[in-house]
Design a protein around this ligand. Structure first.
Ligand SMILES: C[S@@+](CC[C@H](N)C(=O)[O-])C[C@H]1O[C@@H](n2cnc3c(N)ncnc32)[C@H](O)[C@@H]1O
Length: 403
């Protein structure tokens, strides 16, 4: 495969934004691909996949290119040089790569005795934390979290069936496979931009990982119920709740960011959903007004995102232990506040896309001991391991208000 200079320069530019200016990888790539409309689908795939792979393996490539942290702008081509040698076995004779020509970038990490922080490309503090919280499991989870995640779709059952969607996509040249135990899911055989398809524009599906597709059924909402999605964001789970409720009853989607709720409304319209109303949270008063009003409450809590590192590998370089402390405190506050919205006899699901017990089961256990949690009983818990399932790491707990 011949490497094109303009594409490699685009990768370098994207990496500068992600690694040095702290921008989010998906947003940076979206911008870069939009700016370069003339690139074909192979070029787009090259830029996106190369950028993600280098972000994922930053520490390993940095080690090969003998770079020192914190990285500077002049170091970024070193990461790219190491990637090109390791993955494509070539290093074009361009000036950006001159400083790296005489380094041995061909080393094989399996054959070297290096610390896991380098071979698994992870910051020291995070590796230590993972080991403390997960013990021996951390090693294998970490390896699995360094793989590329499959693209999984959720059929919008308000508009079509999975079989019909599969045929509609096939007619557009996209082949998919069904997944056991997930009645609405289809996995792409080959990574491709599904947002351009007619099926997507017609609202026949959403892109949603398999683990994430397990959350709304875990809450088990029924048509006609009043359901509150407390941390709705742009609505991944709210849309699924609506389809399980057959568009009947009411879903109140709440979030502290208006731009996310606006996106949710657009997605709801495309999905043909009429039973979702959005409510911007501007303080605890507006939440407390809804006390004891919901049959079911979903708390899809903000978290470290460690379970979804396959999709967002930049998160490992952006997280720090202060952020984790703050997010655990926010999770506890959110549990205390939004649990008050569950009617007597009603149910609550607390979910995260983290694999750390301190954000998951320990958070739920602490809640059950606090005043706000006293009337709740834990009915069921699910921890989804990336190693065991091949899906994103997730946690969900089902609680009932037995007041
Ligand atoms: C994990 S994300 C939700 C993802 C979303 N449920 C989905 O399926 O696409 C967590 C969300 O919680 C929101 N959030 C953070 N603090 C909040 C609070 N105090 N009340 C409500 N939402 C909050 C964040 O803005 C973020 O959108």
């Amino acid at each position: 495969m011949r490497v094109h200079r303009n594409l490699v320069l685009a990768v370098i530019e994207a990496l500068e934004s992600i690694l040095l200016e702290d921008r989010q990888a998906d947003k940076v790539l979206q911008y870069s691909l939009k700016k370069n409309k003339r690139w074909g689908s192979r070029d787009r795939a090259f830029v996106a996949e190369t950028t993600y792979e280098i972000v994922r393996w930053k520490r390993w490539y940095g080690h090969l290119a003998q770079l020192k942290e914190p990285l500077r702008k002049s170091d970024i081509p070193g990461l790219v040089a190491a990637y090109l040698i390791q993955k494509l076995d070539q290093l074009p004779a361009w000036e950006e790569f001159h400083p790296y020509r005489n380094l041995n970038l061909r080393l094989n990490k399996e054959a070297l005795e290096l610390p896991r922080t380098i071979t698994a490309s992870i910051p020291d503090w995070l590796d230590q934390l993972g080991e403390e919280e997960l013990g021996a499991e951390w090693d294998t989870e970490l390896k699995a979290l360094n793989q590329q995640a499959p693209v999984i779709l959720r059929t919008n059952s308000l508009k079509t069936t999975r079989d019909k969607l599969q045929s509609a996509l096939e007619a557009e040249g996209i082949r998919t496979e069904t997944l056991d135990d997930l009645p609405l899911a289809l996995q792409l055989e080959k990574r491709t931009n599904v947002f351009r398809t007619k099926a997507f524009k017609d609202g026949l599906f959403e892109v949603q990982d398999a683990s994430s597709q397990m959350v709304a059924p875990f809450l088990d909402p029924k048509p006609g119920m009043r359901v509150i999605d407390a941390c709705a964001g742009a609505g991944g789970k709210a849309l699924h709740l609506a389809s399980l409720m057959e568009n009947k009853g009411q879903i109140v989607a709440m979030d502290i960011y208006d731009f996310k709720l606006k996106e949710l409304k657009l997605r709801a319209r495309r999905n043909g959903i009429f039973n979702v109303t959005t409510r911007l949270v501007e303080g605890s008063k507006s939440v407390k007004r809804l006390r004891n009003s919901a049959d079911k409450v979903l708390i899809d809590a903000p978290c470290s995102g460690l379970g979804v590192l396959r999709r967002n590998p930049d998160a490992k370089w952006k997280l720090d232990s202060d952020f984790l402390d703050r997010i655990r405190k926010t999770q506890a506050e959110i549990l205390d506040l939004y649990s008050g919205l569950v009617k007597p006899g009603g149910q609550l699901v607390y979910a995260t896309c983290s694999i750390l017990p301190s954000e998951n089961q320990l958070q739920v256990q602490a809640f059950l001991k606090r005043e706000q949690g006293k009337s709740f009983k834990l009915l069921e818990e699910k921890s989804i391991s990336v190693v065991q399932t091949g899906f994103d790491g997730f946690y969900m707990a089902l609680l009932e208000n037995q007041v």
